[in-house]
Ligand binder design. Structure first.
Ligand SMILES: Cc1cc2nc3c(=O)[nH]c(=O)nc-3n(C[C@H](O)[C@H](O)[C@H](O)COP(=O)(O)O)c2cc1C
Length: 370
């Protein structure tokens, strides 16, 4: 049975990595909130993040932030990091988080094939993706040109440099969930036959260019995270890497390009990745690369999560199971999404064993920035 002190020992232990020091192991997962009118994060957004910083979240990752103001998003009220107004808004956000005792990274996002041009301010601009494919086998647009690829890489690098200049503690490249970077990784959406498609070294080249050039720009000691997912919006059961060997070919170039931490998006943290081992995606990422990894997925969402406190049988979704995996060293950090969206004080409540005060996630929480 997991006790309050076991939880403190594991989840609230500080983390020292080569490039990042954190007070504990809890990360607020990046979550799009669409509360930035004019694509500018305002005082409400700053207060929303500061509340989590003041309540023991070790690292906050921002909602996805657009790397340009034209093709990167079709979602209304998503903030960017491009205009002077948006940069000023983000400066207030990071100052508030630091004043609240927290640390924060900006997640850099290009929606690629998932941008909805009809909802975009620029409906006539083409959506960018490796092969113009959203549904595998059914190309909708032209593949990105060399010029567009070069522009997209430069925009990611500029956005990362801007985040560093504003004082963010790290940046995360959104390389998951079928968006632009992921459209290059997955062979079902990358059918290119040039240097950007084909084998693993070609399909990872776009991400590697972004990471390598960002590393040159921001210096050796600025922390760079990449978020990856095996699952796709088109197919939750999809796998970019079908074997540990394929995963090695996927992740090794990213690490060689200069990434520090791998954030492995799963829908349920306890689900295993490959037959013959109970490691999850973040477990494999750390085993293969030796780099710190972040896991995520349905932490704290159900009554079973804290049932072990009461001495009940451990469920796969439980805090027991999370502590077991982290104690074993499978991964270093755990990202928490909906539970922290619902309740800014979630981490403090877990730390102090106030499990009777934990709230269930309700979609109503999406309607405002509480
Ligand atoms: C409202 C909402 C918005 C999200 N937006 C993003 C996003 O901008 N970037 C991203 O990488 N993941 C996004 N996600 C996925 C979360 O980061 C996280 O992986 C997912 O919610 C699973 O974690 P959870 O079970 O703890 O909620 C979003 C999830 C939710 C619920």
């Amino acid at each position: 049975m997991t006790t309050v002190s076991d939880v403190s020992d594991v989840l609230f232990a500080p983390l020292e990595t080569t490039n990042l020091s954190l007070a504990n192991r809890i990360v607020m997962a990046p979550m799009t909130r669409s509360f930035s009118p004019g694509n500018v994060p305002n005082a409400d957004v700053a207060a929303y993040y500061r509340r989590r910083a003041e309540a023991d979240v070790g690292l906050i990752l921002s909602e996805g932030v657009s790397t340009n103001a034209v093709t990167a998003t079709g979602t209304p009220n998503v903030p960017n990091i491009v205009t002077d107004e948006a940069k000023a808004g983000w400066k207030s956000v990071i100052e508030g988080v630091h004043a609240g005792g927290g640390k924060m990274g900006l997640q850099l996002w290009h929606e690629g094939p998932y941008r909805d041009p009809a909802k975009s301010k620029h409906p006539d601009a083409p959506s960018w993706s490796a092969s113009g494919v959203k549904v595998p086998g059914k190309p909708l647009w032209e593949p990105m040109t060399e010029t567009e690829i070069e522009t997209a890489v430069c925009e990611f690098v500029d956005a990362a440099a801007a985040a560093k200049d504003l004082g963010f503690d790290c940046v995360e490249f959104h390389g998951a969930h079928s968006y632009l970077i992921d459209s290059f990784f997955w062979d079902q959406t990358n059918q290119r036959t040039d240097q950007w498609g084909g084998d693993w070294s070609s399909r990872t080249r776009f991400a590697c260019e972004i990471i390598r050039r960002t590393r040159e720009r921001v210096g050796a000691s600025y922390p760079l995270i990449i978020r990856l997912s095996q699952w796709k919006q088109q197919d939750f059961a999809a796998k970019t890497a079908k074997t540990p060997d394929e995963m090695e070919q996927w992740l090794t170039p990213l690490v060689e390009a200069g990434v520090d931490i791998i954030h492995c998006s799963q829908r349920r943290f306890w689900e295993t990745e490959f037959e013959g081992s109970d490691l999850n995606f973040a477990g494999w990422a750390k085993k293969i690369t030796g780099k710190p990894s972040i896991s995520v997925g349905s932490v704290g969402l159900s009554g079973e999560f804290i049932a072990a406190y009461g001495g009940e049988v451990s469920q796969p979704a439980s805090l027991d199971e999370l502590v077991r995996r982290m104690e074993r060293g499978d991964f270093d950090l755990i990202a928490v999404g909906r539970a922290l969206l619902q309740d800014p004080a979630w981490a403090v409540k877990i730390k102090n064993g106030r499990h009777d005060e934990l709230m269930s996630f309700s979609k109503d929480a999406l309607a405002s920035l509480s």
